[in-house]
Write a protein that binds this ligand. Sequence first.
Ligand SMILES: Cc1cc2nc3c(=O)[nH]c(=O)nc-3n(C[C@H](O)[C@H](O)[C@H](O)COP(=O)(O)OP(=O)(O)OC[C@H]3O[C@@H](n4cnc5c(N)ncnc54)[C@H](O)[C@@H]3O)c2cc1C
Length: 418
Amino acid sequence: MRRVFRFKKRSLIEADIIIIGGGAAGFFTAINAAGKNNKLKIVLLERGKDVLTKVKVSGGGRCNVTHAEFVPKDLTLNYPRGEKELLGPFHSFMTGDTIEWFENRGVALKIEEDGRMFPVSNSSQTIIDLFNSETQRLGIDVLKSHSVKSFLKQDEKWLVTTSEGDFIAKKLVIATGSNPKIWKLLEDIGHTIIPPVPSLFTFNIKDSRILDLPGIATEAAVKVVDESGKVQLESEGPLLITHWGMSGPAILKLSAWGARILEPTNYHFSIKVNWLLGVSEENTLEELLDLKMSNPKQTILKYAQFELPKRLWQSLVQASGINETETWADITKKKLQNLANQICDSHFDVKGKSTFKEEFVTAGGVDLKEVNFKTFESKLQSGLYFAGEVLNIDAITGGFNFQNAWTGGYVVAQSVVK
Ligand SMILES: Cc1cc2nc3c(=O)[nH]c(=O)nc-3n(C[C@H](O)[C@H](O)[C@H](O)COP(=O)(O)OP(=O)(O)OC[C@H]3O[C@@H](n4cnc5c(N)ncnc54)[C@H](O)[C@@H]3O)c2cc1C
């Protein structure tokens, strides 16, 4: 008996704009493009069963939408990769525009003390509900479970093959975040992909000086130094001691700016911490000598100086070789020098990294030299656009990564509707 093979005919759907990726950047592009011209057929392809999954978990479920920084140049300073390129786009769409965009659609944002901005509802679901209702209102086809397998240019149009059928359009927007398969497809059509490395992580440090101090936070200056003691990176700001080492803005900034330098060390390197932001070891020693003169009978360990947290002070005093009963009068100059060194130039060995609140951000992606930042269009392939984390752009924590997605999505939308 002969077996009959039946081949299912693949469907081919024609659209004006195809957007790959149902995350923050993909949705923002789709909604803004349709908002500009809702006669266009816009198809958004998402491989997952759900869309906006990162938005859902972002900001601990509250979605840190943006950051209250309203000067374009100052805003760019939060992007270790993308600083130069985002300056122009931020003049088209940045924080103030983001706030207005959401408010005009019924979602008010609030500013927290540290500048982070969240929906007043304190729920990322508010953002997801808004995006879903906007795509429905504007007639955008959001197709879930459509995993893109390939895209190639045919007769001035992009043919996109997915697990569920084929799509064709003149304009193709890639908003697939840090997806290695899509980066490989982009390499196949000539783009350079800067290899991905982790950004935004905390430092693992096992050291008796901080072992019993988790939860202590203080302003500090931190330097990454090489074997010869040369400073490679430095930052300052709040530093938080954790159960596994150090975190807080001062550390996270180093992890983002140092993403490429620290990866080859396998995250084994040295740092120096100045627990008195902006005060030199020399001046600290002078102040310690003054204290010796003015408080001879006082037990050193008992009273924290320089407004340092008491337990941190005690730990640094003990690390300087000063015992529990020693008074200022007892102390040798050598021990005071040790203490000044512990306060202003504490050396710690970092051995590994940990994820910051599950917020993993990747440095790497499409080489920015190959993108025209007036339109976010590829300089190598006409009709091909990028938005969001697919590009070699990333920021420190605080709402800046989403701002990149909103700005990119907005500018792409203006370009693709033309
Ligand atoms: C836990 C966590 C918390 C965070 N919190 C914040 C925060 O509060 N504020 C902030 O600014 N940033 C935050 N970030 C970073 C922020 O989420 C990202 O920068 C942002 O989501 C990037 O958006 P995107 O649209 O470029 O990519 P993504 O959100 O990654 O979206 C890409 C989409 O493309 C889809 N896709 C990939 N490949 C294919 C394919 N082949 N076919 C079809 N679809 C495909 C993916 O499934 C995904 O839905 C957080 C990140 C994490 C992980």
